[in-house]
Design a protein around this ligand. Structure first.
Ligand code: FAD
Ligand code: NAI
Length: 469
């Protein structure tokens, strides 16, 4: 069978499906080809299932800590099978929602695996057998990413696993080793630790969460210890050997060999763009030397009517970045003046406590030549945080001392994931620390931490003592 489309979208993840909807809203005939699931990695084996388990694990921890405020519960039990079933239901609900949105916006969905066969054509191996050819005027590549494998750690889906299996172990592991203290490694470490798993993390670099503001990462290291999570930094992972229901993980720290045994070993050392099977050569699409698809700020590849978005075009590999890039691609195709010109793409790591950041870290701001100032406010001084029994962490504003412009905001603490949006808006609007300090924040809220940190930046903190210059 042959099909014609104005716009072909390959992949219905958080990049592809919004792109398809927007192009259709703007009058194009759109076809999406998806091989596995509507909503992509994020919805099925990433953001959503992991956050469902993280929410449950926090609730579990809080129930156990509530004795401090006079609430004691006896016989609190975790029914892992029921939790997994609930998590699956959440995923299904959101995935069905994506299906309804595509249908409601008159986007045709073709189930199968697509490969470009030329600059204006693709072949689809249909999921139910057979194939079809799609001819298109414009194409948006949104095929996403897959876990990176490292030598000595061949995933077997049971003992040596990727994040996908780690989110659905048949039972809560007693012991878990995680290779990589990045976003996936530490989110999973925190929620299993809350459920009582003995977690050991092996990280190559000298700090956890490389790329995160150093002060925040150091605070996280202390928080991990508090949760009973053991970690080894500057550690070289060597091999994982399965024996029955156990896996032995060998690694080296400072040249000294070490070993740890566990029920499972999760390898979370990054994700690679899924470029290989897309037929990029047939269309003439070029790759960056590091393996992702190269694009300009209109999301055009080296072939201008072929666009690429999301994890396929490299870091940051985040769902909200993929979605915004999808909208840019769709609008450019429809002749609108859209550009990928974001002042910031905020990032959140849903550890316990959470970490959220937008803009430059203190080190990055110094390297960029700014005369850097910092304003801070600890959640231990926040009335709302104290009433919520969540006093770990702080808000840190990085600013330019000459212009007072906000350069970056880094939060570790309760609801950091929601608090960061104010910082993103501040950065997009070119706000100064005075703008943040003089914005009236409701009391008592966690959001006050932003204004308090801004007052500290100005040198006039009210609820903390003035720091020595
Ligand atoms: P994907 O979501 O990977 O979607 C690509 C789609 O294309 C898939 O559905 C795939 O089946 C399909 N596809 C691939 N090749 C073909 C083909 N040839 N033909 C047809 N279909 C094809 N990000 C956040 O912002 N917040 C989080 O909390 C978060 N948590 C995460 C937790 C985990 C455990 C993981 C693994 C990732 C997490 N991420 C998170 C990252 C986020 O999932 C990705 O950045 C996001 O999914 C990228 O979207 P995408 O559309 O580019 O790709
Ligand atoms: P990552 O890049 O965040 O972290 C990988 C970690 O592994 C790094 O700390 C790195 O130094 C370490 N590492 C690399 N090779 C190693 C080795 N041989 N031995 C030991 N450590 C090694 O990648 P991760 O955690 O796999 O996540 C992939 C992507 O998924 C992230 O970059 C992020 O964009 C996205 N994600 C986002 C989340 C969020 O937004 N909340 C949550 C989870 C994932």
């Amino acid at each position: 069978m042959n099909r014609e489309a104005d716009v072909l979208v390959i992949g219905a993840g958080p990049g592809g499906y919004p792109a398809a909807i927007r192009a259709s809203q703007l009058g194009k005939k759109v076809v999406v080809v998806e091989k596995e699931y509507l909503g992509g990695v994020c919805n099925h084996v990433g953001c959503i299932p992991s956050k469902a388990l993280i929410s449950a694990s926090k609730l579990y921890r809080k129930i156990h800590e509530a004795g401090e405020i006079g609430i004691t519960a006896s016989g609190v039990k975790l029914d892992w099978t029921k939790l997994q079933a609930w998590k699956k239901g959440v995923v299904k609900r959101l995935s069905d929602g994506v299906g309804n949105l595509l249908k409601g916006n008159k986007v045709d969905v073709v189930w199968g695996t697509a490969r470009l066969t030329g600059p204006n054509s693709a072949e689809v191996k249909l999921r139910d057998g057979g194939s079809e050819t799609i001819r298109f005027k414009d194409c948006i590549l949104a095929a996403g990413s897959a876990p990176i494998e490292i030598p000595g750690f061949k995933p077997d889906g049971k003992r040596i696993v990727t994040s996908t299996e780690a989110l659905e172990f048949p039972e809560v592991p007693k012991r878990l080793v995680i290779i990589g203290a990045g976003a996936i490694g530490l989110e999973i470490a925190c929620f299993y630790a809350n459920f009582g798993t003995k977690v050991t993390v092996v990280e190559l670099m000298p700090q956890v969460l490389p790329g995160v503001d150093t002060e925040v990462a150091r605070y996280m290291e202390r928080a991990l210890r508090k949760r009973g999570i053991e970690y080894h930094l500057e550690a070289k992972a060597k091999s994982a050997t399965v024996s029955g229901a156990q896996v032995k993980v060998a690694f080296e720290v400072g040249g000294k060999p070490q070993e740890v045994e566990a029920d499972h070993c999760l390898v979370a050392v990054g994700r690679r763009a899924l470029t290989q099977a897309l037929g990029l050569d047939a269309a003439g699409v070029k790759l960056h030397a590091k393996g992702w698809v190269e694009v300009n700020n209109k999301m055009q590849t080296s072939v201008p009517h072929v666009y690429a978005i999301g994890d396929l075009v490299g870091a940051p590999q985040l769902a909200h970045k993929a979605s915004k890039e999808g909208l840019v691609a769709a609008e450019v195709i429809c002749g609108r003046p859209a550009l990928r010109d974001f002042a910031t793409v905020p990032g959140v790591i849903f550890t316990d406590p959470e970490i959220a950041s937008a803009g430059l870290t203190e080190d990055e701001a110094k390297k960029a030549g700014h005369d850097v100032g910092v304003g801070k406010f600890p959640f231990a001084a926040s009335g709302r945080a104290i009433t919520a029994l969540e006093t770990d962490g702080f808000t840190k504003i990085v600013f330019d001392k000459k212009t007072h412009l906000v350069l970056g905001v880094h939060i570790i603490g309760p609801e950091a994931s929601d608090l960061i949006s104010e910082a993103s808006l501040a950065l997009e609007m070119g706000a100064t620390v005075e703008d943040l300090a003089w914005t009236v924040h409701p009391h008592p809220t966690l959001g006050e931490a932003m204004a308090e940190a801004a007052e500290d930046a100005e040198g006039f903190p009210v609820h903390t003592m003035k720091r020595a210059a």
